[in-house]
Design a protein around this ligand. Structure first.
Ligand code: PMP
Length: 338
């Protein structure tokens, strides 16, 4: 092996930089840093946990050479599975609802994956729903492995083994507060557990969009009626078994507009080419910093990149139609093209 090379692209997962925010966070006492997980090879922090799900399944003998990986996903987990399967020689089948963009379907196919599209407008229990179809395919396909990220403990386990130790080593244990958006909860549960074990005073802060179940449940124990929102990748309408809400010291709620204006600011003011859940996490971190007013080190996880959201968050027409244009650090967020 030549000096400086890795044996495959899988060796390039992780080792992401931590960057200090300057202009976006200049009005809080805390130092706010971001971990650039959007720089992973398949485009998000999911690369780490999917590596752990696949390698753990291999070790347990659940995934054998030439096997097929099945998952109900359209997003970053799909990309990570497709990339790793390409390198390791597995086949993969993704099942997704028909509301998903052509771009996402085509990118998974580019990696050699098979994509099955199902109707969106049916209940999860309906045999035509993408959950049901994924389960059925997993049962019917010989030598297949159902990744099941919402209920696979190797999802938080991946962050416990990879994201947590990397942050600890990179920062020499100087992180006081970890902030991350809540989806499956894998990121916050795994990373948070590792950092708290190393330094029990570390504060773990989750960020949840308006419309998701988590915030009300953590604050008051109530399970409220979920409703839709636009920010992708965070918030849930059910409780996955991969999230351990007891790890949270605080939960912060954000709305779509503040997520998207912050996302634009991160790109334009900090040069960070990031997606909507990154804006959500930073907006949440800044609210937390204003609440505590402490001079401390806050580290925010930035999951994925702007490229998947160009026709939405970075499209003025879409932003205006949804009523999301408005005041931000830049003043009035005007037309990007001018
Ligand atoms: N942001 C994006 C863009 C995601 O795809 C996800 C995963 N659903 C998250 C944030 C949340 O991460 P986790 O599932 O680990 O809670």
């Amino acid at each position: 092996m030549m000096k400086g090379a890795v044996p495959s692209i899988l060796g390039a997962i992780g080792h992401t930089p931590i960057v200090k925010l300057e202009r976006v966070a200049n009005d809080v006492a805390a130092n706010v840093y971001v971990k650039c997980e959007f720089m992973n090879p398949a485009g998000s922090m999911k690369d780490r946990m999917v590596m752990n799900m696949i390698e753990s399944a291999e070790k347990r003998g659940e995934l054998k050479p030439g096997g097929t990986i099945i998952e109900a996903t359209s997003g970053n987990t799909g990309a990570a599975i497709a990339m790793i399967a390409a390198v390791k020689g597995y086949k993969c089948i993704f099942v997704m609802p028909d509301k998903m963009s052509q771009e996402k379907i085509l990118s998974l196919r580019a990696w050699g994956a098979k994509v099955v599209v199902c109707p969106t407008a049916v209940e999860p229990e309906d045999p035509r729903s993408y959950y049901s179809v994924a389960k059925r395919l997993a049962q019917e396909t010989p030598n297949s492995f159902y990744a099941n990220q919402y209920h696979n403990q190797d999802n938080p386990g991946g962050h416990y083994r990879s994201t947590g130790p990397e942050i600890w080593e990179q920062t020499g244990g100087e992180v006081d507060v970890l902030v991350a958006g809540l989806g499956t909860g894998g990121t916050i549960t795994g990373t948070g557990k590792f950092l708290k074990e190393k330094k029990p005073t570390t504060q773990i802060v989750g960020v949840d969009p308006v419309g998701s179940l988590y915030y009300d449940y953590v604050k008051s124990g109530r399970v409220t009626q979920p409703f839709t929102y636009k920010v992708e990748g965070i918030g849930e309408d059910f409780f996955p078994s991969t999230i351990d809400l007891s790890i949270l010291d605080e939960i912060i709620r954000v709305d779509d507009k503040e997520c998207f204006l912050m996302t634009r600011d991160l790109v334009r003011l900090e040069g960070l080419y990031v997606g909507g859940s990154c804006g959500a996490a930073v907006a949440g971190a800044l609210k937390y910093a204003r609440q505590t007013q402490k001079k401390e080190n806050i580290l925010v996880i930035l999951p994925d990149a702007a490229s998947k959201y160009l026709s939405k968050i970075f499209n003025d027409d879409w932003m205006r139609e949804n009523g999301f244009l408005g005041e931000s650090k830049l003043g009035v967020v005007g037309d990007l093209l001018k």
